[in-house]
Each structure stands twice: as structure tokens, then as C-alpha cells.
Design a protein around this ligand. Structure first.
Ligand code: SAM
Ligand code: SF4
Ligand code: SF4
Length: 337
């Protein structure tokens, strides 16, 4: 096993999220509110983006520092042209677990090709089964059926178990929690509830809109009794529960009320090649500049290793203390959710 570089809090570097694009075909209110992400938004140009060869080279560098899991994300990763070709390149890097997070809309057309290229698992985001709620939250005319078709396509292609991520906003879609549980219990898919987070600078997050993980669990447990499960892997962010009647499991990600910075082994690479060591960071280290200036693998490795060794991030543990103005923060759609 390759030894992993550790940061100042003894956390190894194990996971890399790679954003393939900062663009999206939805405008979820909590992520890319339309008034901030209209045509005037300074989206990256194609030439700004890392090429597939550059991404693969960096993936190898990160793997040599201990990364074992890569998740392709965005923005919407399936909007990146030729994404299956990139999956094939990354699947050839030894020892990497390769997954993707997507809104699912393009999965019916692409799941089979992605699985054949070497993608192992997929997480699909879906916040409600009710068309009215879904359309309001994702700011789209698209019906829920399209996402469900994407989930079915992923399962048919063998990208299982499919994880389904639901961001819960109090007063907006908390009434959708039980219908989601009823739809996915016993399906073999794993539903995961995510506390609404204060990422980026545009979603006007308020603490009162967070439905705490403990309340989500209570709500479900009252109707479908649950029991806790252990973590599957170090750095696992979801607290897991199984249905006592054997109908599968759920996960709850309490990013706000149960911060897991102490176990955070994750770096993020933006589509234009900046590496960030925290979801709430204000700036990244530009690896694209190094790549395009002809840096060797050893130089890239030294840069990333030094960056991780100096890492002290634990924003969620310090959230209450409000250490920084929100305006400083990069958006999740850019940095990679
Ligand atoms: N477009 C893809 C998708 O929606 O799955 C991938 C990128 S998206 C930024 C990744 C994940 O971040 C999604 O599951 C989304 O629901 C979640 N997310 C975005 N903004 C969030 C917020 N403010 N709080 C909690 N989760 C958020
Ligand atoms: Fe797009 Fe995903 Fe953000 Fe929704 S959460 S706007 S689907 S990037
Ligand atoms: Fe990791 Fe930063 Fe999130 Fe803490 S706040 S879990 S350090 S990404």
C-alpha cells in the first residue's frame, strides 16, 4: 500500500474530487441560483479546462500520494464532452476506485458507455419525487421522471448500488423525506440525506433552513425503525443506518450539525486545475500553470505533497465562529461538489 502524505491534523490524503465543468443543466436554488448563474456568469472557457491527459496525469500524481478514490463531479460532469473517454483513461490508473456524482439527466444515454469505460459507481442527486417541489428547487421544467430514468439506467448498467443524494431544506422539501424513503426502501439503492450547507456565496443560506441530521433520522425512525451501522471506510462522511425490517440502509450527512473535519481526507480539483483542500476554501493552488509550464511529475508531486502537509482546514468545526466573510468563498459548482 502506498503511504499517504498527512496534513497537520494527521489526516491522510485519500480522496480526490475532480470537477469536469463548472456548467450545469439545472439551476438548483441551493447551488447555482439563476440570478447569479445566468449567461453573464464568468463560466470557464474550454481552453481553461484541464485536458483529459492533464487530468489523468494529475490523478496519477495524487494516487502516488495516497489517493485511493476519485469522484468525477462538477457542475454537471455528464456535460463534459467525451467524459467516457476520460473514465477509460482514469480506470487504467492502478488502485483507484472511480465514482461519479451527477444529477442523472443524461444517464439514460450514457450509463452503459460509462460502465463499459470503467466507472464503478454513481451517486444521483434527487431532492423530491414531487414534480412541483423538484421543479422549484432545481429551477427547471424537467420532470422527476427524467432523474428516475437516469437512476434505472445506472442500475441496469451495473453501477450499483446507486446512491441517491437528497439535500433537505427545512420548509422546502422536508415533507419529501418519507416519500423518498418509501420509494427507495427495498430497491437496493442507498438513499442519503444531506444537511443544507452554507457553501459558496450565492445561496443565501440561513441556519434555520437546515433540518438537522438527528431530526431527519427521528422522522424516518418513527415510521420505519432504524438501527445504526458502522462506517464502511475511514473518511466515510455519512452516518449509516439500516432498516430493522431488512429493507436496506440509508445514510445521513450532517455536515452542519455533525461536522466530520477530523476525518476529512478529501482534496478537490477544479475544472481549470486549481486544487483546494477544503470545500469552504477561498482560493486554490494552480496546478494547470505548473503543468503547462512543463513541470515534471516529481515537481507536481512535491507541490501537492507540500500543500497537503501544510493543511489545517476544519471549516465546519469552526462554522459557529464565523471566521470569514462568505463573499470570499468559491462556489461548489466550480470547485466540485
Ligand atoms: N451536478 C451534480 C449533482 O447535482 O449531483 C454534481 C455536482 S453537485 C455540486 C454535488 C452534490 O452537492 C449534489 O448532491 C448536490 O445536491 C450537493 N449540493 C450542492 N449544493 C449544496 C448545498 N448548499 N448544501 C448541501 N449539498 C449541496
Ligand atoms: Fe447542478 Fe448539481 Fe449544482 Fe444542482 S447541485 S445546480 S445539478 S451542479
Ligand atoms: Fe473537509 Fe473542509 Fe468539509 Fe471540514 S469543512 S469536512 S475540512 S471539506
Amino acid at each position: 500500500m502506498i503511504p499517504s502524505v498527512t496534513d497537520r491534523r494527521s489526516r491522510p490524503l485519500r480522496d480526490l474530487r475532480i470537477s469536469l465543468t463548472d456548467r450545469c443543466n439545472l439551476r438548483c436554488r441551493y447551488c447555482m441560483p439563476r440570478e447569479h448563474f445566468g449567461p453573464g456568469h464568468p463560466y470557464l472557457e474550454p481552453a481553461d479546462q484541464l485536458t483529459f491527459d492533464e487530468i489523468t496525469r494529475l490523478a496519477r500524481v495524487f494516487a502516488s500520494l495516497g489517493v485511493r478514490k476519485i469522484r468525477l463531479t462538477g457542475g454537471e460532469p455528464l456535460l463534459r464532452r467525451g467524459v467516457a473517454d476520460l473514465v477509460a483513461l482514469l480506470a487504467a490508473v492502478p488502485g483507484l476506485d472511480l465514482a461519479m456524482t451527477t444529477n442523472g439527466l443524461l444517464l439514460p444515454a450514457m450509463a452503459e458507455r460509462l460502465a463499459k469505460a470503467g466507472l464503478r459507481r454513481v451517486t444521483v442527486s434527487l431532492d423530491s419525487l414531487d414534480d412541483t417541489v423538484f421543479r422549484a428547487l432545481a429551477d427547471t421544467p424537467v420532470p422527476v421522471r427524467r432523474v428516475l430514468d437516469g437512476i434505472d439506467a445506472a442500475a441496469r448498467a451495473g453501477l450499483i448500488p446507486v446512491k441517491v443524494n437528497m439535500v433537505v431544506k427545512r420548509g422546502v422539501n422536508d415533507g419529501c423525506v418519507l416519500p423518498m424513503v418509501e420509494r427507495f426502501r427495498g430497491s437496493g439503492h442507498i438513499l442519503r440525506f444531506i444537511e443544507y450547507m452554507d457553501v459558496g456565496a450565492t445561496n443565501e443560506w440561513q441556519l434555520g433552513e437546515v433540518l438537522p441530521a438527528a431530526e431527519i433520522v427521528r422522522l424516518i425512525d418513527d415510521r420505519y425503525p432504524l438501527e445504526p451501522l458502522g462506517a464502511t471506510a475511514p473518511g466515510e462522511v455519512a452516518t449509516r443506518y439500516r432498516f430493522r425490517d431488512g429493507a436496506g440502509e440509508i445514510g445521513v450527512i450532517g455536515s452542519v450539525t455533525r461536522p466530520f473535519c477530523g476525518d476529512c481526507t478529501r482534496a478537490r480539483l477544479s475544472a481549470d486545475g486549481k486544487v483546494h483542500t477544503c470545500l469552504f476554501s477561498s482560493g486554490g493552488t494552480d496546478l494547470r500553470a505548473l503543468l503547462r509550464a512543463g513541470a515534471s511529475d516529481k515537481e507536481l508531486r512535491t507541490t501537492v505533497g507540500a500543500l497537503w502537509s501544510a493543511r489545517e482546514d476544519r471549516y465546519s468545526e469552526l462554522r459557529g465562529r464565523r471566521t470569514r466573510a462568505r463573499g470570499d468563498r468559491v462556489e461548489m459548482s466550480y470547485i466540485g461538489g
